[in-house]
Design a protein around this ligand. Structure first.
Ligand code: NAD
Length: 483
């Protein structure tokens, strides 16, 4: 086994409330948050109910002091500073509640730092446009100007896989434009989200600007999605829930960032050491639980054997074990049920003729990286999203075949291509039906302010990333004047 076992953990339990506009709620219903690694109690959350959802809406719409651009900048900048000071505390909570390796949790705090920094900077910028109207034969001596107004209320719903980064990617852009948010984070990883809200309040965010609610889906998430007073629902999560929201949200803006099934495509001219590194980082980082993780490795048949030989050696470096252990590279997946599902899809692929070349043991929610080759194109593990440290390898015969294979799933989030051939690179950029094409990088490569988001089942093509998300949380007003 490649698993290391140790049992050194802090035993203090973090007890947190939900917040209605900055006010902690009292409740006798409590959510227990347990470590996916050893099932110990990490924390508790006092749960909200339907009346709290109603109070949160009322408080947000009643409003309060409107922040100037400079004040919004100050709140975001101060939150960033507080996060830097408490980086280790946040990393420990992320790791404890999600089972992600502590090194991944620390990396995530760095990403959240960037989100806050970019949102702070962007809050100072005005992207208003000016149109002179005397520019056609029928023109007039007027000018048209644009300005952005914040939406009155946003509901943001986030998944478990990056307990901090998913949440900050919703809240920071909304604050940057002055839109109040009701956040409904994942029940699987609520502690980090609530601690971030506390950081924002501490940094001076007016309380009406943020509520954080967790509770029964029928009392919190679903009514909030349907409520006519909510002007935008911004959701990141699975395709199934995203499509459900699309049908229930009614007449309002809906942002959907859904699942992915991203390929790493390795051409015959690829630098194989680079391909091996990108495949391993893409497939195994964050326990394979990134929307943009490498979920299919597509290799040109001429270099498949050489690639697989090196890749198996590399994959063994991704040691799996106690998330709190400094040496652990791969922590748990989110829970035992997820690990059992992943084992099952591997077994089904084997029954269809695939071969395991690096087997991974499972213990509870811990699943060691698995490398599996000769995976049939119709295997469940590559047709649907497998959210874990699996590395299925498929082959193609030429670039046409690679493009067809890559485009063959229902998803269209991102992609990575390993080639030094400019013609190949350009064809992939033009012909892949995805939101992003990264040449000689993992599909997940981005900066936090660049446009990000997918098409097909991965999303409606509306981008997030700090700058685009800020646009989502506003509407554009035009006004014109004689000139
Ligand atoms: P999920 O869809 O199960 O849950 C996401 C959120 O939706 C949770 O907060 C959950 O409580 C809430 N929810 C559940 N039912 C709901 C309902 N009926 N109405 C409203 N909200 C409801 O997703 P998950 O398992 O937490 O996250 C994993 C998924 O997220 C993967 O598919 C992954 O690819 C995707 N993801 C996408 C992106 C992206 O940017 N495209 C990023 C990260 C994760």
């Amino acid at each position: 086994t490649r698993e290391k076992i140790s049992t050194q953990h802090s035993t203090s339990v973090i007890a947190l409330p939900c917040y209605v506009a900055g006010k902690p709620i009292a409740s006798d219903k409590v959510l227990e948050v347990r470590s996916p690694y050893d099932n110990r109690l990490v924390g508790t959350v006092a749960l909200a109910g339907a009346t709290h959802a109603e109070q949160a809406i009322a408080a947000a719409l009643k409003g309060g002091p409107k922040l100037t651009r400079y004040e919004r900048y100050q709140v975001l900048e101060k939150t960033k500073q507080l996060l830097i000071e408490r980086k280790e505390e946040f990393a420990q909570v992320i790791s404890a509640e999600s089972g992600l390796a502590i090194r991944e949790a620390r990396y995530e705090t760095g990403r959240a730092h960037d989100v806050l920094m970019f949102a702070a900077i962007e809050s100072l910028k005005d992207d208003g446009q000016i149109f002179s109207c005397d520019i056609s034969p029928s023109g007039k001596a007027r000018k048209i100007f644009t300005l952005r107004e914040p939406l009155s209320l946003a509901v943001c719903i986030t998944p478990f896989n990056h307990p901090l980064n998913q949440v900050v990617h919703k809240i920071a852009p909304a604050i940057a434009v002055g839109t109040p948010v009701i956040l409904k984070p994942s029940e699987k990883t609520p502690l980090t989200a609530i601690k971030l809200a506390e950081l924002l309040y501490e940094a001076g965010l007016p309380h009406y600007m943020l509520s954080v609610l967790l509770g029964p889906t029928k009392e919190i998430a679903e009514p909030l999605v349907k409520d006519n007073r909510v002007e935008i629902v911004s959701f990141t999560g699975s395709v199934a829930v995203g499509k459900h929201i699309a049908t229930t949200a009614g007449y309002k803006k809906v942002i959907l960032e859904l699942g992915g099934n991203d390929p790493l495509i390795i051409m015959e001219d690829a630098d194989l050491d680079k391909a091996v590194f990108l495949a391993a980082e893409g497939a195994f980082r964050n326990s394979g639980q990134r929307c943009t993780a490498v979920k299919r490795i597509l290799v040109h048949e001429k270099v498949k054997d050489a690639f697989v030989e090196k890749f198996v050696v590399k994959a063994k470096e991704y040691t799996c074990g106690d998330p709190a252990d400094e040496d652990t590279k791969v922590g748990t997946v989110i829970d035992e049920a997820a690990a059992i599902y992943l084992e099952a899809v591997v077994n089904k692929a084997v029954a269809q003729g695939a071969r395991i070349v690096l087997d991974g043991k499972r213990r509870g929610a811990l699943l060691e990286p698995i490398v599996i080759i000769d995976v049939p194109r119709n295997a469940e593990m590559v047709v649907h999203e497998s959210f874990g440290p699996l590395a299925p390898v498929l082959t193609f015969k030429d670039i046409d075949d690679a493009i067809a294979l890559s485009n063959s799933t229902a998803y269209g989030l991102s992609s990575g291509i390993v080639t030094n051939n400019m013609e190949y690179a350009l064809r992939f950029v033009k012909e892949l039906k995805v939101g992003t094409v990264n040449i000689n990088e993992v599909p997940g490569y981005r900066i936090e302010s660049s446009p990000f988001g997918g098409i097909k089942d991965s999303g409606l093509g509306v981008k997030e990333g700090v700058i685009e998300a800020m646009k989502c949380f506003t509407f554009v007003k035009t006004f014109s004047m004689p000139w």
